[in-house]
Design a protein around this ligand. Sequence first.
Ligand SMILES: [Zn+2]
Length: 244
Amino acid sequence: MALDAYEQPAGAVDGPAPRRALAVYAHPDDPDLSCGGTLARWSREGSDVHVCLCCDGDKGSADPSIDNEELVRDRRQETEAAGRALGVGAHHWLGYRDGEVDDSADLRARLVALVRRLRPDVVLAPDPTAVFFGLDYVNHRDHRMVGWAVLDAIAPAAANPHYFPGTGRAYQVPVLYLSGTLEPDTWVDITATIEAKAAAVACHASQVGPGGAWLGTAVRQRAEEAGRLGGVRYAEAFRKLALS
Ligand SMILES: [Zn+2]
């Protein structure tokens, strides 16, 4: 745990919104929970925000009799609604089944192609080095696999023309934000967009139920905890890497 990082609240005062941001996550509700306030803030400030979802969310239910295809369709609709709440410009669905995504050459090739096409100034992704949260939670395998695949796709694959030739001109992603990290060093102030984040999370009714006041309270409490470390009212925490 990088305790020193907690003593640098200046990290909360992040730079200007990127021209284009690409968030790459495993499940349909992951980006909203992980960085929804940041995406909403950047979108309001003029960023072109893209979200890539690697898995289709087909196993996001404890009900053994649920129709998985119906669940996938519902989750797409929920995600489109959440994207509207945040100001997401486009979703990119890769269509892997939950639990079946790996840091594979297939996934890396598709991510490299997307990165080379969009040429984002910032990529956001889960920190794959976070395995345990506290004493009672193991980070989902899909989150870890997608996190590794993103790291491997942009450092160095997308930047080197010899990797996956035929998927576009090589491109070096300059900045990477890793969420769900145990080593945060950067806090984005989401005070102005906390309600948009709560609204986006509430769109995922198949995951959070009909929502209600408790959900908004939970979202605000989590952002408040990050805000305390970042020195602002509401924040999202990241490990930030400058790759250029
Ligand atoms: Zn997830």
